[in-house]
Design a protein around this ligand. Sequence first.
Ligand SMILES: [Cu+2]
Length: 174
Amino acid sequence: MKKIYAFVLAGALLLSACGGGMTGGDAEHMDGEGVEAHDYWARAAMAGGNSAAYMLLHNHGTEADALIGASSDVADAVELHLSQMNADGTMEMVQQEKIDLPADGEVELKPGSYHVMFIGLKKDLAVGDEFTLTLTFEKAGEVTITVPVKDAAEMGGEGMDGHNMGGMEATPTP
Ligand SMILES: [Cu+2]
C-alpha cells in the first residue's frame, strides 16, 4: 500500500504543477459551499475499451456528503470503483455504491484507489480531448465538469525515481 501511495503522490504533484488555472469557474466552483472537484483528468483509451477519471473532491460543507453516481455519454456505463490489493498482491476493482466525502474534508480519486470507471467507450479518448462528466452527490446534487484526457503513464510514471518501487508491475489499473 505504501508503494502505491508514493507513486500516486508523485502524480498528484505533477498534476497540480500543470493543472493550475485551467478551470473555467462553472458549477464545480462554488466558493466556500457545497462540493468542489479539483485536478480532474481521465486516462487515454481506445473506443470499445475502458477508461477511468480521477480527481480531488472537496466538501466545503459542515455535513458529510457522498459521491453516489456519475454519468457521461462517452461510455456505455459509468461506475464508481475502488481498486484494491488482494492478499496475493493482485489488484482488483470493486464497484462502489458511493464514495464518502467527510464534512469539511476531501477524498482523492486516484490511480489504484477510488475512480470513476468508463466501461465500453463509444469513441477514442485521445490525449488532449475533453469530455463532459456529471457527478451526482447525495446532498450537493449534480456537478458537471469538463475532463481533460491525459496519458496515464505520463501522469503517474514520472517522478518515481528514488522510490524503488520494484518496477511497473506495482502500477495498479486503473
Ligand atoms: Cu474500475
